[in-house]
Design a protein around this ligand. Structure first.
Ligand code: PAF
Length: 282
């Protein structure tokens, strides 16, 4: 695996590959890698000649300084995992490479209502930061495809919109959420759960699956209430939101047949950790 710390070196390398007719798929990350990330690399290897990843803990997308400070950093281990997954190229930049003083990095994208709901309503400026860094990374890497995880469903909707707003040639590929055996969605934040919290955490996925089981019968609102009650019954989890939404507008639905597929999504505080998850139904 080639590792580049400088944007200009990475660009020179990728230009050479493109001139030789190679296609590129890009999976951006913030490190602290787990099997969910590796599935994105596998997908990139499947669809393109060259897989590129990046590890950059982007400060502009954290609304809480504590969350940024506590974000796990495991670069050496990450590099070994990427090599094991046959990632071809890694960009490992310093903040100055991503946000150099002489380059204007846009952060003024209007994501409209996509940024007002769910995560957007709870994390001020989060998606402005995500849009800013992903746009900058796309300008640097210029991939044919960007590969993102369904685990961050709203983020995939935001990036889809970003690609439209910038009239980008890059296409987005969304890869399914990878779960632990007990259903907990893999996340870099899971390592911060205390052992008793870790035992509680699969309730989040179970509550989503109970909405799937209720799909099509009874009221949407009742299925939502039951799922919320299930999470709250644990006593240790605090819900930021639990909603059943339209897959493209992300607006709450009131009827099961408002779209062919619906997204059930939630964000929950468990101890000091905030976890998100979603499933597509039916
Ligand atoms: O999903 C993430 O890890 C981050 O939001 C991303 C897309 C790498 C941007 O910093």
């Amino acid at each position: 695996m080639y590792i580049f710390k400088k944007v200009s070196d990475l660009q020179k390398h990728l230009d050479g590959l493109r001139e030789a007719g190679k296609t590129v798929a890009f999976a951006p990350t913030m490190g602290a890698l787990h099997n969910g990330h590796l599935s994105l690399i596998n997908k990139a290897n499947e669809i393109a000649d060259v897989s590129v990843s990046s590890i950059f803990v982007n400060p502009t997308q954290f609304d809480q300084k504590e969350d940024l400070d506590k974000y796990p950093r495991t670069v050496e281990k990450d590099i070994q995992m990427l090599i094991g997954s046959e990632c071809d190229v890694l960009l490992l930049p310093t903040p100055d490479e991503i946000y150099p003083s002489d380059v204007e990095v846009r952060n003024d994208f209007d994501f409209g209502v996509l940024d007002d709901v769910l995560e957007g309503a709870h994390r001020d400026g989060h998606f402005a930061g995500v849009g800013q860094v992903v746009n900058r990374l796309l300008e640097i890497v210029q991939p044919n495809w960007i590969v993102m995880g369904q685990k961050d469903y709203q983020q995939t909707a935001i990036i889809r919109r970003l690609l439209e707003l910038t009239e980008s040639k890059t296409k987005i590929v969304v890869s399914p959420t990878i779960r632990e055996e007990d259903g907990l969605a893999m996340s870099s934040r899971n390592v911060r759960l205390e052992p008793d919290e870790r035992k509680e955490a699969p309730t989040i996925h179970a509550s989503l699956e109970n909405v799937r089981a209720a799909y099509g019968s009874g009221e949407v609102e009742q299925a939502k209430k039951d799922a919320i009650a299930q999470i709250e019954a644990s006593g240790s989890m605090k819900i930021d939101y639990f909603d059943i939404v339209h897959p493209t507008t992300l607006k709450s639905v009131t009827k099961w047949d408002e779209a062919e597929q619906l997204v059930v999504c939630t964000a929950v505080h468990l101890g000091k950790v905030r976890l998100i998850d979603n499933i597509l139904i039916p």
